[in-house]
Write a protein that binds this ligand. Structure first.
Ligand SMILES: Cc1cc2nc3c(=O)[nH]c(=O)nc-3n(C[C@H](O)[C@H](O)[C@H](O)COP(=O)(O)OP(=O)(O)OC[C@H]3O[C@@H](n4cnc5c(N)ncnc54)[C@H](O)[C@@H]3O)c2cc1C
Length: 448
């Protein structure tokens, strides 16, 4: 055991672990109750080694669930402000975000817009196919997708360069005195009979801790198990029935890729960096040889990105069958290429780009063959869990929504210092048993 307990041990140097550590350090300094040197971040690999370092980096507000929207609005403020670590230092591109949808999504998107107005989140809503086409052609003269009948243009948000933002956060945390230890793997927890975590056990010895924060991204299931929390949970569904055998975690493959074109050639009609575009549609999709790719609903998102060296984006996630008793999932370690997008995705995504813009027609051969995309760990309702799960152990499990949620760390830091945060209240673990679930949209697309 270490001689002096470390007051705050954070597992994971991704967006949440780093943001929590940074804000905790700032809060401790401001209150006079401590300093950054009371905070230690452990990562089995290093800064940005997990999902945060591979994320497309989209920052949007567009969620059907009011609690998610309020939380995202708070995070966008942090992206925009200097409170994060300096907007420029985080590689943030405030280009906005465009959601385009088919008829099946119209009512929901209209409602999202109305509710965005109510919370003062700036966006434009357009409906009807001719009006949507005109709007898109004014933005992109080569726009050619048919069947878009609703459009929400968020004027805030955009995207950020994943590694840049993590390096920026890590530098800001270190400047506050936070110790970030790379190459230290947590292999177990020493838990007292009372349930208090006494120490984290690592491959380099035990570290006594005051408070533990788990921000392990897709590895959260392994830490959950170390915390002696259940693999199967009780969940009260919308029908009021309590089911006691619901798996706590499931895995989805987030399929992404890059078209290797000069990112500077993908501008809007004014020559400016365009908003992130996200199309969901039920229009049939054909590839450049005229072959039918799909006649089921499909969706893609994309933006020009120098970091990835082209037009980068993704498509709908795909559920993965990871055995529930698998010893460990290492999606970003040696097994990474097993968890990346394949040929089916490449065909759909490149056909999707050409479906939207004439300029991408006939360019599917420029799809990068490097492994891309990655795996996300999802909760039973696919929304985050932010909660104190033991007297001194806090879990940040974002259900793969989280790169954009830069502000969560600021809120968690306050909760750790005894100030409950209303924005995090709808994301407690107890909601499953209570049936206090978030509303579900009518959209056929999983990300809505
Ligand atoms: C391909 C892809 C694209 C995405 N795109 C977006 C997007 O555009 N916008 C968006 O908002 N979200 C996006 N996401 C989701 C987002 O990336 C994640 O929700 C978020 O990054 C999770 O952050 P985190 O800090 O919880 O975890 P991570 O970034 O995964 O960090 C966890 C860290 O914990 C460390 N760790 C794990 N286990 C241990 C252990 N036992 N001991 C020590 N260290 C450990 C890991 O090494 C890792 O560095 C995307 C996800 C994927 C996979």
């Amino acid at each position: 055991m270490s001689a002096q307990p470390t007051p705050y041990v954070v597992i994971g140097a991704g967006i949440h672990g780093l943001s929590t550590a940074l804000h905790l350090a700032r809060e401790l300094r401001a209150s006079g109750g401590g300093s950054g040197s009371d905070v230690m971040v452990l990562d089995k690999t290093g800064v940005g080694a997990g999902a945060s370092g591979i994320a497309c980096g989209i920052v949007r507000n567009n969620y059907f669930q009011p609690a998610m929207r309020r939380l995202m609005a708070h995070s966008v403020e942090i992206w925009e402000s200097d409170a994060g670590a300096g907007a420029a230092a985080l590689g943030y591109h405030p280009v906005g975000y465009l959601q385009l949808g088919p008829e099946a999504m119209r009512a929901d998107v209209r409602q999202i817009h109305a509710e965005q107005q109510a919370i003062g989140y700036e966006s434009t809503y357009v409906e009807g196919e001719p009006a949507c086409r005109d709007y898109m052609r004014a933005l992109f003269p080569d726009w050619q997708a048919e069947g878009v009948t609703c459009l929400l243009h968020e004027k805030r948000g955009g995207f950020a360069n994943n590694r840049t933002s993590l390096r920026g956060l890590a530098a800001a945390a270190r400047a506050e005195g936070v110790q970030i230890r790379a190459g230290v793997e947590v292999t177990g927890l020493d838990i007292a009979a009372s349930g208090t975590v006494r120490a984290v056990v690592t491959d380099q010895g035990a570290i006594d801790c005051g408070t533990l924060v788990v921000a392990a991204g897709p590895w959260v299931r392994d830490l959950w198990r170390m915390l002696e929390l259940p693999a199967l949970i009780s969940l009260r569904g919308p029908d009021g029935v309590l089911r006691t055998d619901q798996p706590m975690w499931s895995y989805w493959l987030v399929q992404e890729g890059t078209l290797k074109v000069d990112p500077d050639t993908f501008t809007d009609s004014s020559g400016a960096e365009p908003p992130v575009v996200h199309l969901d549609t039920d229009a049939p999709l054909y590839d450049e040889t005229g072959g039918l790719v799909t006649d089921h609903p499909w969706g893609i998102y994309y933006k020009p990105d120098h970091n990835f060296g082209g037009v980068q984006g993704g498509g709908m996630p795909r559920r993965l069958d990871v055995p529930p008793d698998a010893v460990a999932v290492d999606p970003y370690g040696p097994q990474h290429s097993a968890y990346t997008a394949g040929e089916d995705f490449a065909r759909l995504w490149t056909a999707g780009l050409a479906h939207c813009h004439r300029r991408f027609t006939g360019l599917s051969h420029l799809f990068s063959r490097e492994p891309s995309g990655g795996i996300g760990c999802f909760t039973p309702d696919s929304f985050p869990v932010f909660d104190l799960v033991a007297e001194n152990a806090y879990v940040i499990a974002d259900s793969n929504h989280g790169y954009k949620m830069l502000g969560v760390g600021a809120l968690v830091a306050k909760e750790l210092l005894g100030e409950p945060q209303e924005l995090l209240e709808p994301f407690r673990f107890t909601r499953y048993e209570q049936g206090a679930l978030h509303p579900t949209s009518r959209s056929p697309f999983p990300w809505s």
